[in-house]
Ligand binder design. Structure first.
Ligand code: ADP
Length: 426
């Protein structure tokens, strides 16, 4: 008989001691000596509310227990960055802070260094800091890169809290202090770093999650005004687990497709005479209009399908938040409905928004067939990761089923992570 395939196991997150030891060792071998300190920030996974952020909508991410660690020393009197990452082979990168600028200018920074240099540039451009010193920075991470789990935001936000601390900006606040909006300003700087210096379009959810999520809570982010609510999320108490399935499939065409989706949403809002599609969702929510009245006013079928996704997805965020608020219900009757919300989100992203991929569809279908209560693609799409809401005892079965489906389809092995709502950058 053929040997039984091994049951896949989730990729563990490092504890802080491990992350700090690794990054200190890299710092010592690269730059010599001790850093001024170690800071870290989490990857994120979005539970529901996809492609809503740039429409002024709602989303509901959690911070992952998987984090990016930076060991940093200030180099007072210089404006030079020296950067090394365990995830990027090669010698340390050097960047002159005075020469950094947006993509397409002479100050363009190539490769991963843009995510670090961009944060310092953006803090100065936003007027949150002036004349920052050069830095030595060593990076190590257990956030899978390019999996749609925001390793880039984790890197930016770890650097942001390090600079905040070292330069005494006082924006992140001490651990546990109530957020007075300083973290929102840091997040805005990180978004500018990613948009303008790294040249990657992003709507702001990732940096908000990495800087503003709380352990044990999902972050209800209102992307219109940046307001957040912390929604208690205790899946363990309900006997549930949120499983991340990293399809390991490359993001294809994602840049052009993402820009195209944004354009169509903006054009649809213009046709409807509203500032953004959130306004449409609000009007429908208040009973002022209905989706059936709105859709015929749009220019074409593409606009109709994109708008239907955004409007129904915002509604799904509200529905899921309502279900999570009912802790007893979540353990009982509301449970199936929470799964159904994820399923409906996936169908909408696949059919109306057209950002799924064969790998994501396969992961979702296999997880559901193996007993997941609900599953959906998460993140921008065209590859990356899916999530599945699973009864705690069934996680092994779901992982095995997804792995078997990928193997049967001739695809590379997927990877799995357990997503427990974890703490923010610090
Ligand atoms: P993700 O969904 O993981 O954010 P992106 O493609 O947006 O995917 O960002 C991944 C990029 O971020 C990498 O190609 C690299 O440039 C940068 N990056 C992320 N993590 C690290 C790290 N630990 N070290 C160096 N660069 C990193």
């Amino acid at each position: 008989s053929s040997p039984q395939p091994a049951v896949p196991s989730p990729q563990p997150a490092w504890d802080d001691a491990t992350g700090a030891a690794r990054v200190r060792a890299l710092f010592a071998t690269t730059f010599g000596g001790e850093p001024d300190g170690v800071w870290s920030a989490p990857g994120r996974v979005n539970i529901v509310g996809e492609h809503t952020d740039y429409n002024g909508g709602l989303c509901l991410p959690i911070a992952l227990p998987h984090r990016t660690y930076v060991a940093v020393a200030a180099r007072p009197g210089t404006r030079r960055l020296r950067l090394v990452s365990a995830q990027e082979p090669g010698p340390a990168r050097e960047v002159d802070l005075d020469a950094v600028g947006p993509v397409g200018t002479t100050g363009e920074v190539r490769g991963w260094a843009a995510y670090v240099a961009g944060v310092l540039w953006a803090l100065e451009a936003e007027g949150l800091a002036a004349g920052l010193p050069g830095l030595d920075v060593a990076v190590d991470s257990c956030v899978p890169a390019g999996a749609g789990l925001s390793s880039s935001a984790a890197l930016e936000c770890a650097v942001a809290v390090a600079v905040d601390d070292l330069a005494g900006l006082g924006l992140a606040g001490p651990a546990g202090a109530p957020d007075d909006g300083g973290r929102a300003r840091l997040a805005a700087a990180c978004v500018r770093a990613e948009n303008e210096v790294a040249g990657a379009p992003t709507g702001g959810m990732d940096q908000a999650a990495a800087l503003r999520a709380l352990a044990g809570h999902a972050l209800l982010l209102d992307c219109r005004d940046g307001q957040v609510e912390h929604v208690p999320l205790n899946l363990t108490a309900a006997g549930l687990e949120l499983l991340v399935i990293d399809t390991r499939a490359e993001h294809r065409l994602v840049d052009g497709q993402y820009a195209r989706r944004r354009q169509v949403c903006e054009a649809a809002a213009t046709v409807l005479g509203v500032p953004d599609l959130r306004a449409v969702a609000e009007d429908i929510g208040s009973g002022a209009t209905t989706l059936d009245e709105v859709l015929p006013r749009l220019a074409d079928d593409e606009q109709r399908r994109r708008v239907r996704h955004v409007v129904t997805e915002i509604e799904r965020v509200r529905t899921l938040v309502g279900l999570l608020g009912d802790a007893e219900g979540l353990a009982g009757p509301a449970l199936r409905r929470a799964g159904a919300v994820l399923d409906a989100s996936h169908e909408s992203l696949r059919d109306d928004y057209e950002v799924s991929s064969p790998e994501l569809d396969l992961a979702v279908a296999a997880a559901r067939e193996a007993g997941a209560l609900g599953a959906r693609m998460t993140g921008g799409g065209f590859g990356g990761s899916a999530i599945a809401l699973v009864e705690a005892g069934a996680t092994g079965e779901v992982m095995s089923a997804v792995a078997a489906a990928f193997s049967a389809a001739g695809l590379a092995d997927p990877a799995f992570l357990r997503a427990t709502a974890s703490g923010p950058a610090g």
